[in-house]
Design a protein around this ligand. Sequence first.
Ligand SMILES: [Zn+2]
Length: 323
Amino acid sequence: MKWTQRRFNPNTLRVEQVPLTRREIVRGVLLRTVGVLAIGATSVWLFDQVFQSPADRARDREIAFLEGQLAEMRGELVTMEHAMEDMAERDDAVYRTLLGAQPVPEHLRNPGIGGTDRNADVRGHIHSEEVADLKTRIASLQRAMVAQSKSLDEVTEMALEYEDRLEAIPAIQPIRAEDLNRMAGGWGWRFHPIYKVRKFHYGLDFSAPEGTEIFATGDGVVVKVKRLYNGYGRHVIIRHGFGYETLYAHMSKSIVRKGDRVKRGQVIGLVGSTGTSTSSHLHYEVHKNGEKVNPAHYFFNDLTPKEYEAMLAASELETQSLD
Ligand SMILES: [Zn+2]
């Protein structure tokens, strides 16, 4: 077969079938080949753009799924961070304040991230920044939780001790209000009925009939039961712990022994007039860390505010004490 081409011949003014030179043939073949290849490549590229392979599609779906999960986790992390802040705030503002503890120092709640780069292993990826940020925040939340957990342990311990303390501290009147004739002698300077001089009276005198029941005013241990012919007469001392002791004097009878554990409200003896006393009454003292303090400040449990005020006023009247 011969390679020919129809060409217009200007000399003959006719279209003639002309054989092609070898050079023309080679050029023609090359041009066509390049054209076919170009069209083919373009088609493949276009096909790939429009129709992805199943593997590619699966991978893209996976990435989209992971991105969605990451965003969801970030949302949950933010919620947890807020919950943690709220817990820390409540801990400092309520529990620790109520129980009289110092707030947790900020550096314990929020220790800085120190030393090695924790996020070195997630560098160099499209989502590196986001993953590194999440990891840092999770680590800081973990530290905050550890600090908070320690603080709550401490608060729990204090709350338990606080309960003991509430039960131990003298907090009731040692004599039933209806058994009480009157508040005979208060805290402060009083005219002493026997020595006939002004002396500081370190307790409260409750005037009541002989044989009236006397109550322990807080939980504790009896550390002294003694009979004297003057001074306190037959008297009992209870140690409550937390620095508190109470003393009950001039009893006609004591019904506890040294070493006995007593509960608040338990009967420990009966009113009398033993020792240096002019009439039947209970002389009651509260000692805090070895110092005598005004017992009137320790009746908060069983008096209404009005009764408490009346009692306080009576205890401050400068009358004659009974011992
Ligand atoms: Zn007295």
